[in-house]
Design a protein around this ligand. Structure first.
Ligand SMILES: [Zn+2]
Length: 604
């Protein structure tokens, strides 16, 4: 009751804050943005940013507008007909995006980029009409020139939006501030002869040596820190704003300069990136009372890149920095909302309707096997859930078009859910799970006996090394699958998810969220993590499997002992693995453990 009350008062507080101070920022987004082909960029990043902003009551639905695809008339203001014609060839589009695309995926990629160009156009329209800052949750394709696409950029949305304004009579000077990690070479090339559009880009390395009549191009090399970037900006940006006197500023707020970015080589911190963004916005605001400003997302690679943009937009809307939740939490929140629409009565109804009695049944020759997943969901219901949560789209984005989902009850405990792709019916996902009351007394959990997520078309690399038990790289949807099972637990009132990691790395990956059922096992895992810290996970796992870790007390070798772990969902289970008794037992066992890697046998 108390919790419910605080939820309600929290909601009223957020509503009041919003009502008293509606943001002078508007957003442009389209749900189809999540259908982007899976590369290094997280296709759900715009959805996650919006989820965060709406969850915190910072924006409302009506602050977000949907774009229309850009007309070819507008695209042709920048790109040559010959280049646009060359895009009918899927290999041309595939090369730009760094993916192998068939005709259908290529067409979808073109449709999506046309939509995103429309989004940047919409942003300029809204910024000029309303005087609000217009944030487009996409776009920033700064590498595309008039006759060539490159570096994930097919059409240059920035240039097209600016040329469209020119065609409509907008004559004010325009300033493009491009702080994506990479060189804004395409935009600079398009406006090379145009003194009215100043292209300002700070980047790690140049992409061309084309000069331009109104341009600032600053190369900082690799390893750039907050101070280095901020000092550069403070010195170089304000003079450009003063001399160019823009009537419109386009800010490419790429976050691939963040330390830990999957593609970048800079070391910007979360605080440094917000500082950078505030500096740009404040510099523009000081330039004149109401210089229209649009912001596009630009680059940012890896599952957590969205958080940098979310932090910036949270500040832009509210004037304070609100810390976004971590990636696993935001996925869970989104799934929880969607799962409210599931009608479990329907899923459970007619449980036996598709079991016509056969002669074998009547003679007692065949035992009936329940092919409902977790004894609850029909194949149809599972497919519907995964579709609504966007999981199937995430798999399709990897080029698997005709997904085939089946449920099989012939092996082991519980049911096996399989998803095959085409062609050749490659196995992509295999999940064998059942409900269990035996893992923790008094509690009921989903026990995962086996989970395989693999992309047979992907190859291992330094970034994605092969781990024991892996035949192919993963599908990149582990967090989504975990969040799906968590909302299933919530709806079925189950306490959590249990599994027995067969390798150390599986326990280490989920360390923050998983707990060993037995405190002594948790103490062993903690000791392993402490002694293997520093190296990467594949190396740590190898060191352990090769018997290179030594128990200091006994002098014996340490090996991985598979034990049950749980991901708590209910308060009952969470209380059990966070209770003072549990923690005391972990500390007591941990104090007796010391493992070490002999220096001469350190991680290879
Ligand atoms: Zn970039």
């Amino acid at each position: 009751m108390l919790q419910r009350l605080s939820q309600v008062s929290g909601r009223i507080g957020r509503w009041l804050r919003y009502a008293l101070r509606p943001p002078d920022v508007c957003f442009i987004h389209h749900p189809d943005y999540a259908r982007a082909a899976a590369g290094l960029m997280d296709p759900a990043r715009a959805d996650k940013i919006l989820g965060f902003l709406t969850d915190h009551g910072l924006i409302r639905r009506h602050d977000v507008s949907r774009p229309l695809p850009a007309s070819l008339e507008n695209v042709l203001r920048v790109h040559t007909p010959a280049y646009l014609e060359s895009l009918s060839d899927p290999t041309v589009v595939g090369e730009i995006l760094g993916l192998e695309l068939g005709p259908r995926e290529s067409q979808e990629a073109l449709d999506l980029v046309r939509l995103m160009v429309g989004g940047t156009i919409q942003a300029t329209r809204l910024a000029l009409r309303t005087g609000k800052v217009a944030v487009h949750l996409g776009g920033g394709f700064h590498h595309a020139t008039s006759d060539e696409g490159m570096g994930f950029c097919i059409l240059n949305d920035l240039a097209i939006a600016i040329e469209r304004l020119r065609a409509r009579g907008f004559q004010e000077p325009v300033l493009v501030v491009d702080l994506d990690l990479h060189d804004g070479n395409g935009t600079r090339a398009v406006f090379a002869q145009d003194p009215t559009v100043h292209t300002f880009s700070v980047h790690n390395a140049p992409w061309d040596d084309v000069g331009a009549v109104a341009s600032t191009s600053i190369v900082l090399g690799s390893g750039v820190t907050d101070d280095r970037l901020l000092d550069t900006l403070e010195e170089r940006l304000p003079p450009v704003v003063r001399s160019h006197r823009p009537g419109l500023v386009v800010y490419v707020a790429g976050v691939d300069g963040a330390g830990g970015d999957a593609l970048g080589d800079w070391k910007l911190t979360a605080g440094g990136i917000v500082e950078r963004d505030r500096f740009v916005v404040n510099t523009v605001r000081h330039a004149g009372p109401s210089v229209p400003l649009i912001v596009v997302l630009g680059g940012g690679y890896g599952a957590s890149a969205w958080r940098h943009s979310a932090r910036f937009f949270g500040w832009l809307v509210s004037g304070r920095v609100v810390e976004p939740p971590d990636d696993a939490e935001i996925i869970l929140r989104r799934f929880r909302q969607i799962s409210q629409r599931w009608n479990l009565e329907t899923a459970a109804a007619n449980r036996d309707s598709d079991w016509g009695l056969t002669a074998e049944d009547l003679l007692g020759l065949v035992t009936r096997v329940d092919t409902r997943f977790l004894g609850q969901f029909s194949r149809h219901a599972v497919e519907l859930q995964l579709e609504q949560l966007g999981l199937l789209d995430r798999i399709r984005a990897r080029g698997f078009r005709n997904l085939d989902l089946s449920i099989d009850a012939s092996k082991g405990l519980g049911q096996t859910l399989r998803i095959h792709g085409d062609p050749g019916r490659e196995l992509l996902m295999e999940l064998r799970a059942s409900r269990s009351r035996s893992i923790m007394p008094g509690l009921e959990v989903i026990e995962i006996e086996w989970l395989l997520l693999q992309d047979p078309r992907a190859t291992f690399s330094d970034r994605r090394p092969q781990l024991p038990g892996q035949e192919h790289p993963g599908l990149g949807i582990m967090r989504d699958v975990a969040a799906w099972l968590m909302v299933v637990c919530e709806r079925l009132r189950l306490d959590g998810i249990a599994f027995v990691p067969s390798q150390y790395y599986m326990a280490a990956v989920g360390y923050r969220h998983l707990k060993c059922v037995e405190p002594e096992a948790q103490a062993r895992l903690d000791a392993l993590r402490d002694s293997l810290a520093g190296g990467d996970l594949a190396e740590a796992n190898r060191a352990l499997n090769q018997g290179r870790l030594v128990d200091e007390a006994s002098g014996g070798l340490v090996s991985w002992e598979p034990v049950p772990m749980v991901l708590p969902v209910s308060a009952r289970l969470r209380d059990r693995v966070t209770s003072p008794e549990y923690q005391a037992a972990v500390s007591q066992a941990r104090a007796k453990l010391a493992y070490r890697l002999p220096p001469d046998l350190s991680v290879t």
